[in-house]
Design a protein around this ligand. Structure first.
Ligand code: C2O
Ligand code: CU
Length: 455
């Protein structure tokens, strides 16, 4: 859906990132100093095109994929590398690629606000330095409710110089697909605008009914991306404990043992899976009931299966301290300098979703270097995953009660009627940026804000 009132600001900011000054600004993860690797250019071609996608044995659907794949290819590179992406648009409509979670120059953010849409038959080259290690993703940022649903998304993994050792690394991109009675990707329904679109086919890496095997005694690193339009994933492995090691912005301070974790649309989590001792066990990779809106009755659903295979030796070692997350705001009361209200309004086409009473809100500029403390106030009765482009934030309070940040985030859930306080500092990357609800239908129906970062 086209945004109501966007201006295409011609990129004035530099197209490359000066890593030394970026790190000095302390606006995100503390980089490792041990790197000795020569930075490289990583070239990737992403041709967006129609494809007959086999999402289950013998079951295909007409989808859209980068390189004809759903998800698109996993891009892997190292911190400091320059990623060069050749986008070719072979779709029947314009497109653009957004690099979700990356601290890149505004001109490379891949939205309609910073570049012209890439028309059918046209190409565009993205080129930017990768400053941070972590699990990121890329996706279309044009007509998203259609283009992402049809398959235009993929994972981007950036490796740091001193990653913890695991017995295996996996990337799992979760997506649900809504099919109509003829087995085609369903058209947008009116109800989707209210609650967001959820599909009946649950895919991991583009396939339904995925089965994985882990050797007994081994520990694997799983990087998980929620690419669903609206579905929340309250991830569980049949109730067994696992350890969270990373969030949106790379490794967290230390591993945290849990039996479940919530991934909103747009969210990433990195977890240590295993060790399991019961060879032959079958563990459900599932999503527990989560009630994000009063309009939908939640169900527990299974995404795939994890089998425990024959025992094998392990080389995994997870250090007690994984990363240092320097707090942006010292403990104690924190006064917000901005209020972002998430709201809704009934209209003739159902609902508009609002920021500070407006669709596609134009927010005040943010000054480079100035500490931002924003209260994200959810005035609705429904959860919204709030996503900020281009900058990492720390969650510093929930309903006014201070929390101690242990990770960097770019997407945070704001429960109905809740206030989440985030803090971030804009480093020197001036230009046009945005924030929005990552339920794609809400974003399209107006729950987004534009703002300028200015010197
Ligand atoms: Cu994944 Cu504008 O976002
Ligand atoms: Cu929303």
């Amino acid at each position: 859906m086209k945004t109501a009132c966007h201006q295409v600001a011609l990129p004035t900011a530099p197209a490359t990132t000066d890593l030394a000054s970026l790190y000095a600004a302390r606006s995100g993860p503390t980089p490792s100093t041990t790197t000795t690797r020569e930075p490289q250019e990583v070239h990737v071609t992403l041709e967006a095109r129609e494809t007959q996608w086999e999402f289950a044995p013998g079951r295909t659907v007409t989808a859209w994929g980068y390189q004809g794949l759903v998800p698109g290819p996993v891009i892997v590179a190292y911190v400091g590398d320059t990623l060069v992406v050749h986008l070719k648009n072979d779709l029947p409509e314009p497109t653009v690629i957004h690099w979700h979670g990356l601290r890149l120059p505004a001109s490379m953010d891949g939205t309609e606000s910073v570049q012209l849409l890439v028309q059918p038959g046209e190409t565009f080259e993205y080129r930017f330095v990768l400053p941070d290690a972590g699990t990121f993703w890329y996706h279309s940022h044009a007509n998203e409710t259609v283009q992402i649903e049809r398959g235009l998304y993929g994972a981007l993994i950036v490796l740091g110089p001193d990653e913890p050792t695991f017995d295996a690394d996996r990337v799992l991109v979760l997506d649900d697909l809504k099919l109509d009675r003829k087995g085609r990707i369903a058209k947008t329904a009116l109800f989707d605008r209210h609650s967001g679109r959820e599909g009946q086919v649950l895919m991991i890496n583009g396939r339904a009914d995925q089965a994985f095997e882990i050797a007994a005694g081994q520990i694997e690193r799983w990087r998980i991306v929620n690419a669903c339009s609206a579905r929340y994933v309250r991830l569980s492995f049949g109730g067994r404990p696992f350890r969270i090691i990373g969030a949106d912005g790379g490794l967290r301070e230390s591993a945290m043992t849990v039996t479940e974790t919530l991934l909103t649309p747009g969210d990433r989590v990195e977890i240590a899976v295993g060790p399991f001792e019961d060879e032959g066990a079958e563990i459900a990779i599932e999503s527990l009931k989560y009630r994000r809106t009063m309009m939908k009755w939640p169900r527990r659903v299974q995404w795939g299966t994890l089998r425990v295979g024959p025992r094998a030796p392990s080389v995994a070692s997870i250090p007690a301290t994984l990363a240092t997350v320097v707090p942006l705001v010292p403990p104690g009361p924190a006064t917000p300098n901005r209020i972002v209200r998430l709201g809704a309004r009934m209209t003739f086409h159902g609902h508009d979703w609002l920021i500070n009473d407006e669709t596609h809100h134009h927010d005040a500029p943010v000054k480079v270097g100035e500490l931002q403390i924003w209260n994200i106030v959810n005035e609705t009765g429904m959860d919204h995953p709030f996503h900020l482009h281009g900058f990492f934030f720390q969650v510093i309070a929930l309903d006014g009660v201070r929390t101690e940040p242990t990770s960097w985030e770019d997407t945070v859930n704001v429960v109905g009627k809740q206030t989440v306080t985030i803090a971030f500092r804009a480093d020197d990357r001036p230009g046009t940026w945005m924030y929005h609800c990552h339920i794609l239908e809400h974003h399209a129906a107006g729950m987004m804000g534009h703002f300028e970062v200015v010197r």
